[in-house]
Design a binder for this molecule. Structure first.
Ligand SMILES: Nc1nc2c([nH]c(=O)n2[C@@H]2O[C@H](COP(=O)(O)OP(=O)(O)OP(=O)(O)O)[C@@H](O)[C@H]2O)c(=O)[nH]1
Ligand SMILES: [Mg+2]
Length: 311
């Protein structure tokens, strides 16, 4: 097995939510591309100590507060890297390119994957995605679901999923079409849980696949501008999600009222499955907003919930 190069990198966020990126010198690995500042973890060094050291060495700043963003492996033709990325939310000093590297502050939506090393695609996705994903509660009452959606928008949620497996597909699509303009107006994506062939794109909507639909995929189900996600219940499903969609939901972490027959995976198993996946993964199953720090420590993008995220 090739040696794994363990790298820590920082998505440093300023008060406007812009993220600092630096240009790699032309002569180094992945030279000329933009990167998240950071570097190799030294032998015997703890990851977070490496993070603090690298930001001091490369930018002259003192990292003061951070949280895990995503931890992934990537195989380049010439090397295998593990990129452990932290979102740095507080720092002392003004960053400058100590090694002469140009710096820029970018909104995640301005980041183009092709300007970064190939390993960075999931990191950019993780920066674009929020930490909470609210899933619609089962209901026969369309007005109640409209109220649910509008309440979620009012609460500032950025990512929703319209589930309703008990409804005919046409009814799900019709409700999605009505809600889409409200979502689009405030930059929210409503993930539609409908068959791939039935999905019709419009601004404000995305496509969510069941695990069976994910397994049937032979290509990405929608162009890259359309968010696509999938439900996963095993490591091999996560590997497929990494290939065909932008993010996954993995669960149940705990047993839930909506799926009482499925025992919970528990955090240790959940974490061990996500460790080998290079895409953002939401933890699902019996979770509440206050479980977010634990979910992040386990490698989650955030939490997805029905009851846990009611407004
Ligand atoms: N820092 C950083 N490295 C990245 C990113 N994406 C990515 O593939 N890498 C790869 O991870 C490795 C990190 O190396 P680095 O050159 O930053 O390491 P370093 O700061 O310790 O430099 P040094 O070896 O010159 O002391 C490189 O192979 C680089 O191509 C990223 O966003 N940030
Ligand atoms: Mg570096």
């Amino acid at each position: 097995m090739t040696k794994v190069i363990h790298v820590v990198a920082a998505a440093i966020a300023n008060s406007q939510g812009l993220i600092l990126v630096a240009k790699r010198p032309d002569h180094v690995h992945q030279g000329g591309r933009w990167e998240f500042p950071g570097g190799k973890v030294e032998a015997g060094e703890a990851s977070e100590a490496a993070l603090v050291r690298e930001l001091q060495e490369e930018l002259g700043v003192e990292a003061q507060a951070w949280q895990p963003l995503i931890d992934l492996h990537h195989q380049y033709p010439d090397k295998h890297v593990r990129l452990q990325v932290f979102k740095v939310t507080a720092y002392g000093g003004e960053p400058y390119g100590k090694e002469g590297q140009p710096l820029r502050w970018l909104h995640p939506d301005q980041m183009q994957a092709e300007d970064f090393p190939a390993a960075n695609v999931p990191i950019i996705q993780a920066l674009k995605l929020p930490s909470l994903l609210a899933i619609s509660p089962l209901s026969e009452d369309e007005q109640q679901l409209e109220r649910w959606c509008l309440a979620q928008l009012a609460a500032g949620r950025k990512l929703l999923q319209l589930r309703q497996p008990q409804w005919p597909v046409a009814q799900r699509l019709a409700l999605g079409r009505r809600l889409a303009p409200f979502c689009a107006e405030v930059g929210v994506t409503l993930m539609m849980n409908v068959p791939v062939q039935a999905y019709q794109h419009q601004p404000g909507l995305g496509l969510h696949l069941t695990e069976a639909e994910l397994r049937a995929c032979r290509q990405r189900p929608q162009p890259t501008e359309v968010w696509c996600s999938a439900s996963c219940h095993s490591p091999d499903a996560l590997a497929l999600a990494q290939k065909w969609v932008d993010f996954a939901l993995l669960g149940p972490v705990l047993a839930t009222a909506s799926h009482p027959e499925q025992p919970g995976l528990g955090w240790p198993q959940w974490q061990s499955w996500v460790e080998s996946a290079a895409l953002p993964v939401y933890a699902l199953g019996g979770l509440l907003e206050q479980d977010l720090p634990q979910a992040r420590e386990a490698g989650a993008q955030g939490i997805a919930a029905i009851r846990g995220l009611q407004c």
